[in-house]
Ligand binder design. Structure first.
Ligand code: LLP
Length: 413
């Protein structure tokens, strides 16, 4: 059952009517469901059952401390891409020893902080990065555990902006260079090969690209083991898609079958890096209608959330369902829902059949838990939204709305 049901025509988060939150906290506001977050996390561990993978939640999808703390409490580890994310994880009570660090541009300072904290794996994305990590390891008198992120060169069939495993992509080491790099790493005193890693893209809605990529990567893992590299971990990345409108991504059970089948002969401990599939459908963005605007060409609904609050539609032409907090009856017309930001791409929902929204009414963008708040900005000097976490009948603000004076914090006039 959805954690955002209509009850008597009112949209709820679990047992809390969303208009109550909007009235108390204002809009725009992100609202997350503890039950949905918990269920999504447990579904992964249950689907993989005996394989007991390390589930490293991908922090970039939603880095709110309350969410990190929740996943840490469920036994989760973390997938980070910056020193800032490491600091957040630790601040939220996450374990460094269950944290993996990816990204093509880690600085030596970030590597040093992560190595000193004792993270599980550096997912290294180039030969020069491996040398830098080696230098950091030697400086700290430690061997930094690493996995090469290899690029399996498989088309994930997702939006081109979120595909990462293509030959032309900036991510990972070319597949055919991996064996040589692992061999060279044996001479480096500041690193030790501990695993192998890949991630082909995000919002994957088909299992065949994953099957193909993991088949290649599992083969490489076995080859490296045969060459006496002491690998332990096979990190299969994240990427499982969710339903925004009519997509039919693999279920988590189907995903687990594909991953387990492709990797069963490796003997490796699996590391998973799910982001969107854990938080995407666990969050909504509340917004209030400011104006109706009709031009000869169109009906526009101007809302108080903009592309600075929810960037996905502008950046990826992403679809988020747009629904009223109080159910409405009537004839639908085609509406473009737009934000206040001075950009033509600030269209949050395009050509939607809606009972014409009226000024003052409350709506929600659904499936906004992943890459919503974490990609929000202050563009147009707009304070970023508040965030609320619901748990049953209870709710609390887990991030205050930014204040106007926060906008120039650190600036000098
Ligand atoms: N692991 C690595 C190495 C990644 O690069 C990513 C996402 C993940 C895990 C988590 O992937 P997920 O399970 O969330 O698909 N902002 C875009 C998505 C960018 C994904 C970047 N990497 C969006 O809003 O669709």
């Amino acid at each position: 059952m959805s954690s955002f049901p209509y009850r008597k025509g009112v949209l709820h988060a679990e047992a809390v009517p969303l208009p109550a939150i909007a009235d108390a906290v204002g809009t725009p506001t992100y609202v997350y469901s503890t039950a949905a977050l918990t269920q999504a996390f447990r579904a992964v561990t249950e689907a993989f059952s005996d394989a007991r993978p390390l589930v490293c939640y991908s922090v970039k999808a939603n880095s709110n401390l309350a969410i990190l703390r929740l996943f840490a409490g469920l036994g989760g580890g973390f997938d980070i891409v910056s020193g800032g994310e490491l600091a957040r994880v630790r601040h939220a009570g996450g374990e460094a020893a269950k944290t993996v660090f990816a990204g093509v541009g880690k600085t030596q300072e970030e590597m040093e902080a992560a190595l000193a904290a004792g993270i599980l794996l550096f997912n290294v994305e180039s030969a020069e990065e491996l040398e830098a990590l080696d230098a950091v390891g030697r400086r700290l008198g430690r061997r930094a555990p690493f996995a090469l992120r290899v690029n399996p060169e498989v088309d994930p069939r997702t939006h081109r902006y979120i595909a990462t495993g293509l030959k032309t992509s900036k991510f990972g080491v070319p597949f055919e260079e991996a064996v040589d790099l692992y061999a060279r790493s044996k001479k480096l005193k500041g690193v030790r090969a501990a695993g192998l890693d890949c991630h082909i893209g995000s919002q994957l809605t088909q299992s065949s690209p994953l099957r193909a990529a993991l088949g290649k990567v599992a083969g490489l893992y076995q080859e490296l083991k045969a060459q006496k590299h002491a690998l332990e971990y096979l990190d299969v990345g994240g990427g499982l898609g969710i339903t925004y409108s009519d997509e039919t991504p693999p279920s988590v059970e189907e995903y687990a079958r594909v991953v387990l089948n492709a990797t069963k002969d490796t003997g490796a401990r699996l590391v998973l890096e799910p982001g969107r599939s854990l938080v995407g459908n666990a969050g909504v963005l509340l917004t209030r209608v400011l104006y109706r605007k009709q031009t000869p060409a169109k009906h526009f609904t101007v809302v108080d959330a903009g592309m600075n609050d929810l960037l996905r539609p502008a950046l990826y032409e992403a679809h988020h369902a747009f629904v009223p907090l109080l159910k409405r009856r009537g004839k639908a017309v085609e509406v473009d829902v737009v934000g206040p930001v001075c950009e033509s791409t600030d269209v949050l929902a395009k050509a939607r059949p809606l009972v014409l929204p009226q000024a003052g009414e409350l709506y929600a963008f659904l499936s906004a838990g992943a890459y919503g708040m974490s990609m929000a900005s202050n563009y147009n000097s707009r304070p970023r939204p508040a965030e609320v976490l619901v748990d049953g009948e209870a709710w609390r603000v887990v991030r205050e709305r930014e204040r106007t004076e926060d906008l120039w914090r650190g600036e000098r006039a």
